[in-house]
Write a protein that binds this ligand. Structure first.
Ligand SMILES: Cc1ncc(COP(=O)(O)O)c(C=O)c1O
Length: 383
């Protein structure tokens, strides 16, 4: 009798939990921000403000909407599975060959692909203590070992951020991947050019370093470098970007990585055919061309960030300085009851207890009106 048969028989039938592969057993799925419609249904509220998923509150470039509308009549056709046109434009943007670009159904898709292609039982992935939740999930799903490196302390210039020296020291012969988010979610902390170069110089060639630049557009002004120009120097480097944040296209799911053509060729073996749909391909290409929209979004974010910081200061709440479109706020009390009262007032933010931060909330920077709503609701919820 096979191991699978005996597991099933001893449990008197089909037990998917036992039948799931080792990495998937006990895996906790990614928790997305609560959708507006769900809060309306559950709490009987209307006029909901959602500041939970770091979406762009200024919406989508009108040019991207027009490009997607123009695609509608052709939706009976499969998309261009190679994403020829968008990859060409991205290659121009990054000064690399189109063969370096791997498109994903959101950058999440590319991060999962990296784990699937380069991790397996017996290998390790390194990431920081308060990192994007998908890194540990993708690592565990691949059956690999997670090496979680303690984050900077609260007294550090980048509190709760990546300790790159400790991450470099954690590399061993089993290490296959290192995930570094710059800037980082959920902390908003960032890394500057010199320290990133120092880190990359120490990483041996058998380790692939993924620099996740999902919030790059917001962080440029704060000194986080564009590392996509470093590919020639570091053949083990992969840079991921997304259209979900500053580009405002979270709903259609499109992201990508740039890497050496050799790494991209490996990723392409497991990439699902047609993983990026036609609307996303057209929308992303038009959004990329509308850099004025990005500049307005980044400027609006900077203003909203200042508004929220001022309001939080007035409420006596501390927060981590952020190069992103969100702030990690220290409530210095259990966050769950405060979050509950915010939801009763129609405001959705992100509790981060699942990140090991039960006294903090992550709030996305909204429009001026949304920020006012959040601050007013927070003032009433801090009892
Ligand atoms: C650091 C980071 N990387 C990647 C992603 C994935 O975004 P998407 O799959 O929408 O591109 C997110 C989303 O919140 C993120 O915060």
């Amino acid at each position: 009798m096979s191991d699978l048969q005996s597991k099933t028989l001893s449990l008197g039938g089909c037990d998917p939990e036992q039948l799931a592969v080792a990495g998937v057993q006990g895996l906790h799925p990614y928790q997305p921000g609560k959708p507006i419609s769900e809060l309306e249904r559950e709490y009987g509220v209307s006029d909901v403000v959602k500041l939970a998923s770091n979406e762009n509150p200024f919406g989508v470039s009108p040019a991207a909407i027009a490009a997607m509308q123009a695609e509608l009549a052709d939706l009976w056709l499969y998309p261009d599975g190679g994403g020829y046109s968008l990859r060409g434009k991205l290659a121009e943007l990054h000064g690399c060959a189109p063969e370096c670009v791997t498109l994903g159904n959101g950058s999440n898709d590319v991060l999962a692909l990296l784990a699937e292609c380069f991790l397996e039982p017996g290998r390790e992935a390194i990431f920081s203590q308060y990192c994007f939740a998908v890194y540990p999930i993708a690592t565990q799903a691949a059956g690999a070992q997670a090496c979680v490196v303690p984050a900077n302390g609260l007294d550090h210039a980048q509190p709760l951020g990546h300790d790159l020296e400790a991450m470099a020291a954690a590399i061993n012969e089993r290490t296959a991947l290192v995930f570094v988010a710059n800037p980082n979610n959920p902390t908003g902390t960032w890394l500057e050019e010199a320290e990133l170069r120092r880190f990359l110089d120490k990483v041996p060639a058998h380790v692939i370093v993924v620099i996740d630049e999902a919030y790059h557009e917001y962080a440029l002004d704060r000194g986080a470098p564009d590392v996509s120009g470093w590919l020639a120097q570091y053949p083990n480097l992969v840079v991921s970007r997304t259209f979900s944040k500053a580009y405002g296209l979270a709903g259609v799911r499109v992201g990508y990585s740039v890497s050496s053509p050799a790494i991209a060729a490996v990723l392409n073996r497991l990439r699902q055919p047609f993983n990026v749909n036609s609307l996303a391909l057209a929308g992303a290409e038009a959004a990329l061309a509308d850099q004025a929209f990005i500049r307005r979004s980044v400027q609006g974010n900077a203003e909203g960030m200042q508004q929220l910081k001022t309001g939080l200061d007035q409420l006596g709440l501390d927060y981590v300085d952020s190069a992103c479109n969100f702030l990690l706020v220290n409530l210095e009390r259990a966050a769950d009851p405060v979050n509950e009262r915010l939801m009763q007032r129609g405001v959705i933010v992100r509790p981060v207890a699942n990140y090991g931060l039960p006294e903090w909330l992550r709030v996305t920077i909204g429009t001026s009106d949304q920020n006012e709503r959040l601050l007013a609701a927070l003032a009433e919820s801090l009892v």
